[in-house]
Structures are given as structure tokens and as C-alpha cells.
Design a protein. Structure first.
Length: 241
């Protein structure tokens, strides 16, 4: 997992991104409120989020909270180009979900950043990671913190697109979530800073997120994410190289 994470970091660093670390123990403001998730949003539910001592602190459910911290700590637009890799926590466990998993989220903000920049960047990234032979497909989606929101699929790395058990016959694997940063995110940051630093009329940006285990699973044909964290040496020793 560390090797895959470092490979992802190296690709983005070579594209000019800065690696930024945020805390794993977060608060409601950085994890939800600043990301356009209202108080009744399901992600805030006790069923989904690990809360510590009441509701004052929580384990981050995504590394976007670190991106909010970066914007607040670096009120110097118009150029932002960061990735936030790290552990995130959700109350979820089945073959594709582990209560702790790792993410890389990215954020680019600047004058005249467009959906074309998002598409070009993510396609270049996926071609570096998996090889240019795999097609990349963009689909409309929804996230509270992006508008428009875009889900990104990669041609199935197992069957090459013909359809198999892994891609459930579709020929595609979902690999990334992304979108153009919602103006409400800039609004929340400006309100907290007490001045308009990230003016939605002057700057725009895109953001994206992906699961590191999911990349490792696609690479090594692993069908259950929980295998990475069960400490079974018969599994782990296959990756000792
Ligand atoms: C995703 C999908 C879409 C995202 C948005 C932001 C921020 F902070 F700029 F609002 N960070 N990351 C984002 C957007 C993450 O992950 C699936």
C-alpha cells in the first residue's frame, strides 16, 4: 500500500503538485460544514462517522478536510495545486469497504481553471498509472462540494473492456470521483478568513479523490479490501518484494 501511495504521490509531484498533510482527528467544520454539507447531511450520521467524545471531534471521513485547512492557512490565490494523501475512517465493512482506508485527494485552484483541465489532468494521471492502452470515460455525478460533479471510469484492467466478473460485464471500472469546486466551498473559506480571498468570480478549480486500496486491488486482482488489514501472512508475503 505504501508503494502504491508513493507511486501516486510521485506522479502528482512530477505534475507540479505539493503534498499537504492534515490531521486524522478533525472537527465538524473542516470535515463537513466548509464542504457544503448541511447539518442534516447523511455523511454526518453516527452510523457513518466515528465521533470522539461527543460530537466535538471525529475521525476524518475524507482528506478534503486537509484541503480546507490548506486554503485557510495559505490565503494567497490564485495558484493552488495540492494533493492530500492519508488515512480516512468510515463506519463501513464489506468486500469493497474497510473502516480505515487510504485516499489521495487533489485540489487545483486558479484563474480560468476549466472542466477541460480536470479531464486532461485525470486522463494523463490514469495513463501514467495504468498505461495509455486503457480508455478513460467521464460520467455525470453528484457530490455536495462540486458542481458539476464527474465520476471517472477506466477500461477494465482485467479483461481489457470485453466484460468479465471483475467489471460485472460492463468493461469499465469506477476509479475516481471529481468535479469543479462548488462556490459554497470558497464562500465558507472566505467567511472564516473574514475577507474575500478566493473570489468565485475570479478563480475556479477542480478537485478529485480516489482510494489507494482500490488501485492496489485493480493492480493485483485482489477481490476483498479487508485482506490488506487482517495481518494474514499468507496474503501479505505475496507483496514482500
Ligand atoms: C472527491 C470527489 C469530488 C474534493 C473536493 C474538495 C474541496 F476541498 F476542494 F472541496 N476536495 N476534494 C472532491 C471532489 C473529492 O472524492 C471522491
Amino acid at each position: 500500500m505504501t508503494a502504491v501511495r508513493e507511486e501516486l504521490e510521485d506522479i502528482f509531484v512530477s505534475m507540479g503538485y505539493e503534498v499537504y498533510d492534515g490531521p486524522e482527528v478533525e472537527d465538524d467544520y473542516h470535515c463537513f460544514e466548509a464542504l457544503n454539507m448541511p447539518p442534516d447531511h447523511p455523511a454526518r450520521d453516527m452510523q457513518d462517522t466515528f465521533y470522539l467524545t461527543g460530537r466535538a471531534s471525529l475521525l476524518r471521513t475524507h482528506t478534503s478536510s486537509g484541503q480546507i485547512r490548506y486554503l485557510l492557512d495559505n490565503p494567497h490565490p490564485p495558484e493552488v495545486r495540492i494533493i492530500c494523501p492519508g488515512k480516512v475512517y468510515r463506519r463501513d465493512s464489506d468486500i469493497t469497504h474497510s473502516p480505515m482506508f487510504q485516499q489521495v485527494e487533489g485540489l487545483v485552484v486558479g484563474p480560468r481553471i476549466t472542466l477541460g483541465d480536470l479531464k486532461g489532468t485525470l486522463e494523463a494521471f490514469l495513463h501514467r498509472l495504468f498505461g495509455p492502452q486503457f480508455p478513460v470515460r467521464f460520467r455525470s455525478s453528484f457530490f455536495p462540494y462540486t458542481e458539476p460533479s464527474v465520476e471517472v471510469d477506466l477500461g477494465c484492467v482485467v479483461c481489457g473492456g470485453g466484460g468479465c466478473r471483475v467489471c460485472k460485464g460492463t468493461g469499465w471500472l469506477e476509479i475516481l470521483g471529481s468535479g469543479m469546486v462548488h462556490p459554497a466551498v470558497y464562500g465558507a473559506v472566505n467567511t472564516r478568513l473574514g475577507q474575500v480571498v478566493y473570489d468565485p468570480e475570479a478563480v475556479s478549480g477542480f478537485a478529485f479523490g480516489l482510494g489507494i486500496e482500490r488501485v492496489a486491488m485493480m493492480r493485483h486482482a485482489v477481490d476483498d479490501i479487508r485482506l490488506f488489514y487482517e495481518n494474514d501472512l499468507r496474503f501479505l508475503e505475496q507483496f514482500s518484494g
